[in-house]
Design a protein around this ligand. Structure first.
Ligand SMILES: Nc1ncnc2c1ncn2[C@@H]1O[C@H](COP(=O)(O)OP(=O)(O)O)[C@@H](O)[C@H]1O
Ligand SMILES: [Mg+2]
Length: 298
């Protein structure tokens, strides 16, 4: 899977540690495995457009992994296939070694960039929504909703409606809703992409704190290199046209991270190298306008 261009060959000796192994030090049983995945669309002129080509990767229990790539490289397509919302052209998605290809399930909690709360339901009712489908007893549902609203710091807003909340608060409700269903993992599609720069940083810190407490397995996709490095133990770098996993990068920073780590020389060096990798591989026409270094709001 590791296809490094000549420009990147010296990375083994630098701040970026490219990881060539398929084994995690945590455990050898993958929580999520994507195997030989391809996705093509039929374009307007009936020509085949290959969006994802031979995607292979694994995520192990309790990892927080980001997949970073330029806009249009196929990130959302890949996450939707993993969530079971879209069928692949070929290949497999396995959760706990079981195939879930093309099948959505409550084992994969999904959080989108757009705010997906039901506007006619209160915050508590939004969090309870999935639990009612499971026919969970009312008292247990109430306790569970309170527990997760407390976890995301929004218990006081249980009876508010989404329109009364800020963007960051809405995403925290979405995270509480996903966690309340006890998923095997969280799948996040640019969840902080619509937030202003300051709120985005607060949410990144919030996600790390939540992950440190919960150790839920998270796969997040983003075009923001800084966000990916700050949050992850490993990142997968995608190239475009067709979307492929270009490299797997170990982020050898301390597990507990404060925002100031983004200013450290180690962090800046990893960021420089990943941005360089994306610029080299960003698209077939060489453009890379949509790579975000995290310094601007998208
Ligand atoms: N339903 C579709 N039909 C045809 N092309 C599509 C469809 N959905 C996405 N694409 C194309 O697939 C590519 C990847 O899209 P997407 O997964 O949304 O990228 P990203 O999330 O990385 O920005 C884009 O070129 C997009 O135009
Ligand atoms: Mg997308």
């Amino acid at each position: 899977m590791l296809g490094i261009r000549p420009e990147s060959q010296n990375m083994q000796e630098s701040a970026v540690k490219l990881n060539n192994s398929t084994q995690s030090p945590l455990t050898t049983v993958a929580k999520l495995e994507v195997k030989n995945l391809f996705k093509s669309y039929v374009g307007q002129g009936k020509q085949k457009l290959t969006v994802l080509q031979d995607i292979n990767f694994q995520i192990f229990p309790r990892e927080l992994i980001c997949l970073v790539g330029t806009s249009g490289c196929g990130k959302s397509t890949l996450l939707n296939i993993i969530a079971g919302l879209l069928p692949p052209s070929s290949g497999q998605v396995l959760v706990d070694s079981q195939s879930v290809t093309g099948r959505p399930g409550s084992d994969r909690g999904m959080i989108f960039q757009g705010y997906t709360l039901y506007p006619w339901l209160t915050v508590a009712q939004n969090v309870a929504f999935g639990l009612q489908f499971q026919k969970m007893p009312k008292a247990e549902t109430r306790d569970r909703v309170s527990y997760f609203l407390n976890m995301v710091g929004l218990l006081k807003f249980a009876n508010s409606y989404p329109k009364q909340l800020s963007g960051g608060m809405k995403q925290r409700v979405a995270i509480a809703r996903a966690l309340a269903n006890a998923p095997a993992m969280l799948l996040m599609d640019e969840p902080f992409g619509a937030l202003d720069a300051q709120t985005k940083e607060q949410m990144q810190q919030f996600l790390l704190e939540l992950w440190e407490q919960n150790h839920v397995t998270v796969l997040m996709i983003t075009h923001d290199v800084e966000e990916a490095i700050y949050l992850s133990q490993r990142i997968y770098v995608m190239s475009s046209h067709p979307g492929q996993i270009e490299a797997e990068v170990d982020i050898s920073l301390p597990e507990h991270r404060e925002l100031d780590i983004k200013l450290s020389p180690e962090f800046v060096e990893i960021k420089r190298q990943v941005i360089h990798m994306l610029r080299c591989n960003g698209s077939s026409d060489g453009s890379s306008d949509d790579i975000s270094s995290g310094d601007s709001v998208h």
